[in-house]
Design a protein around this ligand. Structure first.
Ligand code: CTP
Length: 419
């Protein structure tokens, strides 16, 4: 169910926000409302609460009984900061009516109340519907503020022309009709689908490190970018995402549950603990195949090791194969295969059947500027009887293609089950 966050500012048109709320909930959207103090002088919060079935928030300081959850979603276990929690969960943030004062604050990046703080933290599509006196709307300051917001990707709904709030006033500044506002929000929602809504997605990212002694390890060059991109894309598309992060030190997108691990054994334990709750497992981590057989407890000293040091490595457990062996029929498992040169695809196909997977993402690590620790990648997505080439692109785009393949595969599996 799409989640709409509605911000209501203090203006005569605030009463129309009630109708926006009513139409949105009637259309099946889940709606939360935040009001400015001034808005509450024009319209009662009890009406919004009754229509949405959720409390209305006004300041950052009041506890949110739903802890940032939208109607229909379970509240999280920990109480988050409400201005962050609401916009993180929303699919779109619409501010209607948006007053001249709030538009100025938004343009200036101010966060002096819950509504503006939520706007500053918002990474979702934002829509503002200005409504005010025509002189205020036409003032160069307001127009400059609207231009600044447009330049940042905010969608500005043009106000209508006609009689304004005060008797005898006529001009531009009328809030668009509630149905028009909802149609604009729905157009935005359609452009950013939440097609993974309700799915649990477990992703691994980064590279494991196997200790040689207390300070040294056997590791690999994986940065975790690919796994992080997949986790972020899945979260944007509505999934509830857990990321098992093996030594990942790049910035982390919000809205994801992170479990930090270092070694293959820790990664295996974390995956084991979260596997049952997952509908999809995407194993993007570069997991060590071998680990030092007898790691030294302290730091190895040269006078202990002499001129040569021989490390004996032993096989680690194959985490993905272990999970595949106990998978449920309704779970989807995606592995990665980092291969070199000719035969990469054939190896990928072989891995698909040997590890009992639904898809294998093959990347040729022989190419320059792609794969390990790079911003771009180029992959083949191998599924039973099919392989799809995804040409070189930023890892965010590759992530979307992988999730598309997962969805395709999931729907064809569901069709098979129904047959
Ligand atoms: N993998 C794993 N546990 C390991 C090693 C790898 O779960 N100990 C996972 C990786 O995360 C990846 C997939 O298995 O998704 C393929 O890894 P790779 O090492 O390329 O495959 P192998 O089957 O081990 O084949 P190879 O002989 O090419 O190393």
């Amino acid at each position: 169910m799409p989640r709409i966050l509605l911000g209501v500012c203090g203006g005569i048109a605030a009463y129309k926000a009630l109708e926006v709320t009513r139409l949105a909930t009637k259309a099946g959207h889940s709606v939360r409302v935040v009001c400015t103090e001034a808005a509450t002088r024009f319209v009662g919060t009890a009406s919004f609460a009754a229509i949405t079935g959720a409390p209305v928030l006004i300041t950052e300081w009041e506890p949110d009984p739903l802890r940032g959850a939208f109607p229909g979603d379970p509240p999280p276990e920990h109480a988050p900061l409400s201005h962050l929690a609401l916009v993180e969960r929303a699919d779109a943030y619409v501010i209607a009516p948006a007053t001249a004062q709030t538009l100025a604050k938004l343009a200036g990046g101010q966060a002096d109340n819950l509504l503006t703080a939520a706007a500053l933290a918002c990474r979702r599509p934002m829509i503002v519907a200005p409504a005010m006196n025509h002189a205020m709307y036409e003032h160069p300051a307001t127009q400059a503020n609207l231009d600044a917001l447009r330049a940042r990707g905010v969608i500005v709904l043009e106000p209508g022309t006609g009689p304004l709030g005060s008797p005898g006033e006529f001009g531009i500044g009328r809030l668009p009709e509630p149905a028009e506002i909802l149609a604009a929000v729905e157009a935005v929602l359609a452009a950013a689908p939440r097609d993974l809504d309700g799915l649990g997605v477990l992703v691994t990212a980064g590279g494991t490190r196997e200790p040689i002694d207390a300070v040294r390890f056997v590791g690999n060059r994986s940065s975790g970018r690919m796994g992080l991109a997949i986790a972020a894309a899945a979260e944007r598309r509505g999934a509830s995402v857990t990321l098992v992060a093996a030594n990942v030190s790049i910035p982390r997108p919000p809205g994801i549950e992170y479990v930090d691990v270092e070694t293959t054994a820790q990664l295996a334990a974390a995956c084991d603990a979260h596997f049952d709750a997952a509908d999809v497992l995407i194993m993007a981590a570069a997991v060590a195949d071998y680990a030092p057989a007898a790691p030294h407890a302290g730091k190895l000293k040269k006078d202990q090791t002499g001129e040569e040091l021989t490390l004996r490595l032993e096989r680690t457990q194959d985490v993905l194969s272990g999970l595949a062996a106990r998978r449920r029929a309704d779970q989807m498992l995606v592995g990665f295969a980092a291969e070199h040169g000719d035969g990469a695809l054939a190896y990928g196909r072989e891995k698909l059947s040997r590890k009992n997977l639904d898809a294998v993402v093959v990347n040729d690590i022989g190419g320059t500027g792609i794969g390990f620790d790079a911003a771009d990648n180029e992959v083949w997505i191998v599924t039973e009887g099919d392989e799809r080439h995804v040409p070189r692109a930023p890892k965010d785009e590759i992530a979307e293609a992988i999730l598309d393949a997962v969805l395709n595969r999931r729907s064809s599996n569901e069709l098979k089950v129904r047959d």
